[in-house]
Ligand binder design. Sequence first.
Ligand code: MF3
Ligand code: CO
Ligand code: CO
Length: 264
Amino acid sequence: MRHNNIPIHSKNDFENMRLAGSLAALVLDSLYEKIVPGISTQEINDICHEIIVKNNAIPAPLNYKGFPKSVCTSVNHVVCHGIPSEKKILSEGDIVNVDVTVILNGWYGDSSRMFVAGKTNKKNFDLLKITYESLLIGIKEAKPGNHIGDIGSKIQKLAESNGYSVVRDFCGHGIGKEFHTPPSVLHFGEPGEGPKLEPGMFLTIEPMINLGGWQTKILNDGWTAVTKDKSLSAQFEHTIGITDQGNEIFTLSKNNTAFPINDV
Ligand code: MF3
Ligand code: CO
Ligand code: CO
């Protein structure tokens, strides 16, 4: 069933999303000890790929519209869609977003988190913290009767009041048996804007927050999105389902390590 072209899912579908979301979380949970200075983003890709296929799932990014790898790895000023590479070796203090999407029994679970190679400085760490808080504050707004714009406006307010900017060129999305469906979940805007939320909608919320300006550009590889001013960018992503009461987060960490353990 669809409403305004937005898929509405049944109670049974929630169980499928729990399984897909849990696997995406498990993959991310496994990375904390592994992401240290000296690791390449290709190695991060291979660790994720192996866990995904071992669990009878498919890495959704691989060959998606020609994307060549199994996860996205976005380092420092890369906003999103970074392509894992043997040549990209992490240095002490680098921050990296790993974006994992699995297809399990035909259902998509999509989640990303930030990791730090070694220790980073306070300025970078604060960006990660506010970006994570902006995801949580957005999720709080995701409930029946609210609109998509309620999510984005809260995220934008928190980011901008801390002196950061919100990326405009990429957004969250509907998800379920397809990777990307309506609605577009903007991470900025005004309360009351956009489609109304209803129980049974499955969404991702995935704010990208920059230390400098919000403008981005795509590199010649056709994928890698970077900040135009080369300022640092951070992102966290959860997949959620709208329930009668509020929402359920399908991609929660199993051991509550959704945030980098290594701080300043
Ligand atoms: N996982 C990303 C998202 O949050 C999409 C990655 S598409 C890819 O929507 F092709 F770059 F992998
Ligand atoms: Co994602
Ligand atoms: Co997504």
